[in-house]
Design a protein around this ligand. Structure first.
Ligand SMILES: *[C@@H]1O[C@H](CO)[C@@H](O)[C@H](O)[C@H]1NC(C)=O
Ligand SMILES: *[C@@H]1O[C@H](CO)[C@@H](O)[C@H](O)[C@H]1NC(C)=O
Ligand SMILES: *[C@@H]1O[C@H](CO)[C@@H](O)[C@H](O)[C@H]1NC(C)=O
Ligand SMILES: *[C@@H]1O[C@H](CO)[C@@H](O)[C@H](O)[C@H]1NC(C)=O
Ligand SMILES: *[C@@H]1O[C@H](CO)[C@@H](O)[C@H](O)[C@H]1NC(C)=O
Length: 416
């Protein structure tokens, strides 16, 4: 057991008997808070023998290299923990988890590359977090999301190359942020930071600017200086084509959807198809050179140019067809809800169902939304002609021979 600064005689003057490790000096502050001052003592680990009433623990400028799960188990009441200027390289998960009263945590000027971010979830009263001058190369997007009281966050002088969009969301109390001197890779993944900086009330300390180290053409420019035209959110539009020509009807109806995208960097095209029977995701072209299509996706031919063809379109292919455009700046999608309907008199039915519908549409166009709340998109009804005499047979699966002159119609057209 370490010597305790606890003599009967002293206790009479100091009030309650205080446990204090020999390396530290402990005192009660006016407000009744207990301070354990253990800075500049060449300590290699958190000393034992601290009073469970300690609310302020100063361990700065020692040689502590490691924090374990139980390092602070003696001081569950601690509100301020100063650990700056040590050599902390390892922080075990759980080291901070029980310090639910913590308001100030200083871990700056250490060697932390990996941090148990989940420990922060329990520190809901944390107001100041200093992790500057460490070796952090990345942060989970939700690292700070439970810190509703967090006012000041110092992350400068680390090795952060990127930050996920939303890293500083849900921090209602945040008023000061330091992220300078990090080697940002200014791909469009960090473009959000520029936009966020322009519009936030958080003061972003300029103790040095936040410069890009990559890519080459942005090297040396500030993150907030990434040219707007360099990073453009995707836009997407969907057009459809159908073989309205009577001569091809014998081969069945081929529905062709064409997704055209724009943005910088050029967006990738992905498709999501939801039919009553299944859900198919196609991330990229699936038609190989030889014309083969993957077994599970064989109904849907996706070409490199953004076109998807569904040959011999049948009742079971009815459903929602969504095209997504994805780049580093964001994602946009556009959907069309395709249905087949048989009719003896398509032209009349169309007019009755939707006065705006045009019976001879061949091509229309849908522009992408940030988020389509319905998820279903525009409605595209493909009406085919059922000859009067064969009506009785038309109830079953749609036979190709019953495809009369095809008519395309759509509700609520959103043309561009
Ligand atoms: C902690 O403080 C309480 C009163 O605030 C006191 O009764 C108790 O003795 C103290 N415990 C120690 C270990 O100092
Ligand atoms: C996290 O905090 C809650 C109270 O806020 C506490 O009950 C729980 O024990 C804490 N978790 C750990 C691992 O200390
Ligand atoms: C920057 O990010 C891009 C894309 O993620 C990557 O290809 C490149 O290697 C990175 N550059 C550096 C210097 O890390
Ligand atoms: C700017 O911030 C305000 C709230 O502070 C928000 O309502 C607004 O949508 C933001 N504008 C942009 C362009 O992000
Ligand atoms: C895309 O490529 C396919 C197959 O080569 C072709 O049939 C289709 O017409 C092309 N689409 C456009 C819009 O050029």
């Amino acid at each position: 057991m370490r010597p305790l600064l606890c003599f009967l005689g002293l206790a009479a003057f100091l009030g309650p008997c205080l446990a204090c490790p020999s390396a530290c000096s402990c005192s009660t502050k006016k407000n009744g808070r207990l301070l354990a001052e253990c800075a500049y003592k060449d300590l290699q680990e958190v000393p034992e023998g601290l009073s469970s009433n300690v609310t302020i623990l100063t361990l700065s400028a020692n040689r502590i290299g490691w924090l374990g799960k139980g390092s602070f188990s003696e001081v569950p009441e601690v509100q301020s923990l100063w650990l700056g200027y040590n050599q902390i390289g390892v922080v075990e998960p759980g080291a901070f988890i029980s310090l639910v009263h913590l308001k100030n945590l200083d871990l700056s000027h250490n060697k932390i590359a990996d941090f148990p971010w989940q420990d922060l979830r329990n520190l809901s009263g944390l107001q100041i977090l200093k992790m500057n001058n460490n070796r952090l190369a990345g942060l989970p997007r939700d690292a700070f999301h439970s810190l509703k009281e967090l006012r000041s966050l110092w992350l400068n002088d680390n090795e952060l190359t990127t930050l996920a969009e939303g890293t500083f969301d849900n921090l209602p109390s945040l008023s000061q942020l330091q992220i300078f001197n990090n080697p940002f890779n200014c791909t469009c993944k960090v473009f959000w930071l520029k936009k966020w900086t322009e519009n936030t009330s958080v003061s972003i300390t300029k103790g040095g600017s936040t410069l890009c180290v990559a890519p080459g053409r942005l090297k040396g420019r500030a993150v907030t200086d990434i040219p707007d035209q360099h990073c453009v959110a995707p836009s997407v539009q969907l057009t459809y084509l159908s073989n309205l020509d009577n001569s091809v009807v014998q081969d069945g109806l081929t529905l062709t959807l064409h997704c055209s995208v724009a943005g910088s960097p050029p967006p990738e095209i992905r498709w999501r198809i939801q039919t009553p029977g299944r859900r198919v995701e196609i991330n990229g072209p699936n038609v190989a050179r030889g014309g083969n299509v993957k077994q599970s996706q064989e109904r849907f031919w996706v070409f490199k140019n953004g076109t998807m063809a569904i040959p011999d379109f049948r009742k079971e292919d009815e459903g929602t067809y969504t095209c997504l455009a994805v780049n580093d700046v964001g994602t946009r999608d556009v959907s069309v809800n395709v249905a087949l309907a048989g009719s003896e008199n398509p032209a009349e039915d169309l007019l009755r169902d939707d006065p705006q519908a045009s019976p001879f549409g061949g091509q229309s166009c849908y522009k992408g939304h940030d988020l389509d709340p319905s998820g279903a998109g525009e409605k595209l009804v493909i009406v085919y002609h059922v000859p009067r005499e064969s009506k009785s047979k038309a109830g079953g699966p749609m036979p190709q021979v019953h495809l009369g002159p095809l008519l395309l119609a759509l509700g609520a057209v959103l043309c561009c």
